[in-house]
Write a protein that binds this ligand. Structure first.
Ligand code: CP3
Length: 340
């Protein structure tokens, strides 16, 4: 079906658009009362993720409520470790938890991978197909995956962490096992993203949420080459790479064969343009906490940021929107961009 609003896709491909497109990372979720109402009726987060018609429903909620220019499929990055063999639980108010973790090369060798593992995610592909149908071409649909390093970090730590010192220790003490695991993750992610595109995703985004905790040398050895392999393998749709906190390798990220470079709020527009050049399409990067401030400030900060990048931008926050953000602040941000 032909897209009625293809601003986001045109901008991602580097075309000039009437105004910059806008969407928010984590827009499908707890900021919306509709989401909280539906979620409250279910046994938990995973029921929502694993029930395709419900996942489709919450994917479309922000399109109706906020009028953003793209939808992102409701799911989680942790479905990949799960189908490779590490089941996860989403603990209320705490976050993800893995009963089993990876400790050695033997553990890595036990894991499923590639097409075999990706085939287990039929519920995600079905959610994409339903969403695509129900969107009726209103806006493009984004698919996503965690980056190999970010997924490895959960598989070693078993949960979130302030320092990710266990995961970093694994890189320093068992580099061979780390590379073997990153390799298996990469092969799985490539098939997974291709399947998602096949099921209706118009663009895919790679989240390297914990990129910023690595040293530059570690990033270049354990994250960048694997993201590069994924970007090079995906030629069916545009790819966005969002490596949070990885400003210290921004020039290298700029060299990746991807279409869009996602930026977090620590990155000044001038710094990004110096490292990436004027023509690279960027996505970001307003501090999500600006949305707690008065409307006048939200408008000013949003316009300043857009001016700072000077074009070739998909407007977004510098990370996911926080659950307690006032909905009116979110709407003010979206409407400011749409009025340009
Ligand atoms: O962006 C969207 O709206 C689409 C859905 C989406 C979710 N998770 C839903 C979710 C996406 C793109 C993700 C990606 C994700 N998941 C990342 C990368 C993006 C980032 O923020 O850096 C990461 C690191 C995860 C892992 C994860 N999932 C954590 C750490 C948590 C707990 C913390 C939290 O935000 O609650 C989750 C749970 C999660 N994933 C929720 C949602 C809506 C909250 C669950 C709930 O409804 O209670």
């Amino acid at each position: 079906m032909e897209l009625q609003n293809d601003l986001f896709l045109r901008a991602a491909k580097g075309e000039t658009t009437e105004r910059p497109p806008v969407w928010l990372m984590r827009q499908a979720g707890r900021i919306l009362p509709q989401y909280r109402a539906l979620r409250g009726k279910l046994s938990g987060f995973k029921e929502l993720v694993e029930t395709p018609h419900l996942a489709a429903e919450v994917t479309i909620q922000p399109i109706d409520e906020l009028g953003v220019d793209a939808a992102i499929i409701f799911s989680d990055i942790l479905v990949i470790p799960e189908v490779m063999g590490l089941e996860y639980q989403m603990v209320e108010k705490k976050g993800p938890w893995f009963p089993e973790t990876i400790k050695s090369m033997e553990d890595v060798q036990q894991l499923r991978m590639g097409a075999e593992a990706a085939a287990e995610l039929e519920y995600v592909y079905e959610a994409l197909r339903i969403t695509k149908k129900e969107l009726k071409g209103r806006v493009p649909l984004i698919g996503f995956s965690g980056a190999p390093w970010t997924l490895l970090s959960y598989m070693i730590e078993g949960s979130g962490s302030k320092t990710f010192s266990k995961a970093k220790k694994f890189l320093y003490t068992q580099p061979k096992a780390a590379h073997a695991l990153l390799d298996k993750l990469t092969e799985t992610i490539i098939v997974y993203l291709k399947n998602k595109i096949n099921a209706g995703a118009d663009l895919v985004q790679i989240f390297d949420s914990w990129g910023g905790i690595l040293s530059p040398e570690q990033y270049e050895e354990f994250s960048l080459p694997y993201i590069k392999r994924i970007c090079a393998a995906i030629d069916e749709a545009p790819v966005t790479v969002f490596a949070k906190g990885a400003w210290f390798v921004l020039d290298k990220i700029g060299d990746l064969p991807c279409d869009v470079v996602g930026l977090d709020w620590n990155t000044r527009p001038e710094f990004a343009r110096e490292k990436l050049g004027a023509n690279r399409v960027v996505q970001g990067n307003l501090d999500p906490c600006v949305l707690y401030s008065p409307f006048e400030n939200i408008k000013t900060k949003t316009k300043e940021m857009i001016k700072g990048f000077g074009g070739n931008q998909i407007v977004n926050l510098g990370h996911g929107v926080y659950p307690d953000t006032p909905l009116d602040g979110v709407k003010c941000f979206v409407d400011t961009v749409k009025s340009l």
